[in-house]
Design a protein around this ligand. Structure first.
Ligand code: PEP
Length: 256
């Protein structure tokens, strides 16, 4: 059986100034900066990326962005491109987060363009998919997740797919304190791995890390992280304090 390295990513959203970000990264690095059993990524807002990157230099902690434009450059006021992110040593980028989809109108087609652009520029996408409460209640969770995943990954090659990270984030669990049960989460994670098998073959699907996101906290993480197809977490609220974020990394490291 392939063992996948656990993966914990912190999505800071629109929080932390550059100086606050440096303080948070320093605390994280002091606690888990030599951690090699878990891949740890912090995703600050754009204005804190470069300073956070400098603060984590020399550690095992990696740098991720929360969004990007799919074009490399041009007349796109207010946007940031993949080459710009790469130039400041960003390695990962969150794409298709439900807040981008619902608040900023991002479609599956747009998410697909961003995924292709990130991969072309050697950025590893953390692709977010997940259903709303209404979709879960109407029994369409798997269909929604299938459509989002397949559309986002159109045109992605087998080789490229190996670098992907997928985050299953039920929209009703994000920032609400409501967590999916371990059974609910594992069911969707296994379903996503099955989809990846169909799209890219079994060996590739076995390599892709599938994260759970949605009110993951130190108290509920061990049970979720122990599930067969849950390879880590995309963390919002609990990533804003070093203590809880570090506890999540430690919980992931404890799973063997
Ligand atoms: C997120 O926004 O990706 C997230 C999972 O947030 P929270 O942990 O706060 O629910």
């Amino acid at each position: 059986m392939i063992s996948r390295k656990k993966f914990i990513a912190g999505n800071w959203k629109m929080n932390k100034t550059s100086a606050e970000g440096v303080t948070l990264v320093r605390d994280i690095v002091a606690a888990v900066g030599k951690q090699t059993d878990v891949e740890v990524v912090v995703c600050p807002p754009f204005t804190a990326l470069e300073s956070a990157g400098a603060a984590l230099e020399g550690s095992s902690v990696k740098l991720g962005a929360q969004n990007m434009h799919f074009e490399a450059s041009g007349a796109f006021t207010g946007e940031i491109s993949a080459p710009m992110l790469r130039a400041i040593f960003t390695t990962h980028v969150i794409l298709g987060h439900s807040e981008r989809r619902t608040l900023f109108g991002e479609t599956d087609e747009l998410v697909n363009k961003k995924v292709l652009s990130a991969l072309k520029n050697q950025l590893k996408p953390i692709l977010c998919v997940g259903e709303t409460l209404a979709e879960r209640e109407s029994g369409s969770t798997l269909k929604v997740v299938q459509t989002q995943t397949e559309r986002a990954l159109e045109g992605v090659s087998k080789d490229q797919a190996q670098t992907l990270v997928v985050a299953y984030e039920p929209v009703w669990a994000i920032g609400t304190g409501k967590v999916a049960t371990t059974e609910q989460a594992q069911e969707v994670h296994a379903f996503i791995r099955g989809l990846l098998t169909k799209l890219f073959t079994e060996p590739v699907a076995q390599k892709v890390r599938i994260l759970y996101g949605g009110s993951m906290k130190p108290a509920n993480a061990p049970e979720l992280l122990a599930q067969k197809d849950i390879d880590g977490g995309l963390i919002g609220g609990a990533a804003l304090e070093a203590r809880s974020f570090v506890e999540l990394v430690t919980a992931a490291a404890a799973i063997k």
